[in-house]
Ligand binder design. Structure first.
Ligand code: PGA
Length: 259
């Protein structure tokens, strides 16, 4: 695992956007096969998406041959709801890049048969060729996508129950009323993420300090599902100085010196 520590969240976010653009360009230079990317939502990726939009506008990268799959969506929230992840993605990324609409995949949390929706999603990922890069965030409880503590590290896309902790954290988007936060979501599994050739996690701010410590220095355990990345050969965590407070001095120095 690599841990890239940048001075602040903006620098880390911009670093990640350029890293992703470089990966897309590298593949495009080698093959006409599409670049398959996993995408996350939340407060953390917003600046990375803004920079990707700028890079597309400046002609530095194109998403014309990129296929994307988002990691999760709430169950039962209309797609048009301002806090649906459909709305989020269009508002923060898709409206500013040149990815063809037919290449965009987001789980349908209103599907009649949610299990069938999840199974079809896994199949579509395989059909697209599997992920080249999965961009994720981390929850305060160490979750990756909506894989809450004690989710199987072998899990695949499925219906998940959101913990009270996560619903309280996310209530900031729902008038600070936890009762307005859906109780369930559809989420890719831990193994869906770790099945990607490469994983990049964005971890910013002091509220993520314990989750960062558990993911990097804790045991690889279902208690912190992001710790599954310890077993991945190409995992990069991009974080800021504000999030490293719980790392040991040794780990901090090691990663600072290398990256
Ligand atoms: P955040 O969410 O970026 O809004 O902190 C991340 C997550 O819960 O995975």
């Amino acid at each position: 695992m690599k841990v890239v520590i940048r001075e602040n969240a903006l620098e880390g976010s911009i670093w990640a956007a350029h890293y992703i653009a470089d990966r897309i360009n590298e593949k495009a230079a080698k093959t006409s096969e599409p670049f398959v990317i996993g995408l996350c939502t939340g407060s953390t990726p917003i600046e990375t998406y803004a920079e990707l939009g700028r890079l597309v506008k400046a002609g530095k990268v194109s998403f014309k041959n990129v296929i994307s799959f988002n990691m999760d969506e709430y169950v039962g929230l209309p797609e048009s709801h301002p806090e649906s992840y459909h709305s989020f993605m269009h508002k923060n990324l898709f409206d500013f890049i040149d990815e063809p609409a037919e290449n965009i995949h987001i789980l349908n949390g209103n599907a009649k048969d949610l299990d069938a929706e999840c199974a079809a999603y896994e199949e579509a990922i395989i059909k697209a060729g599997g992920f080249d890069l999965f961009l994720g965030g981390i929850g305060e409880d160490g979750h990756i996508a909506f894989n809450e503590p004690y989710s199987s590290l072998n899990s695949r896309t499925r219906v998940v129950d959101l913990t009270e902790d996560t619903r309280i954290v996310n209530s900031r988007f729902f008038d600070n009323d936890m009762n307005k936060v859906p109780k369930q979501a559809l989420s890719v599994g831990v193994a869906t993420v770790t099945g990607s050739k490469e994983v990049v996690l964005l971890v910013m701010g002091p509220k993520k300090a314990r989750a960062l410590r558990d993911a990097v220095e804790g045991p690889c355990s279902h208690k912190c599902t992001a710790s599954a990345l310890q077993l991945h050969e190409q995992a990069t965590i991009v974080c800021d100085e504000a999030s490293v407070g719980e790392l040991t001095v040794n780990a901090y120095r090691y990663f600072k010196a290398l990256y």
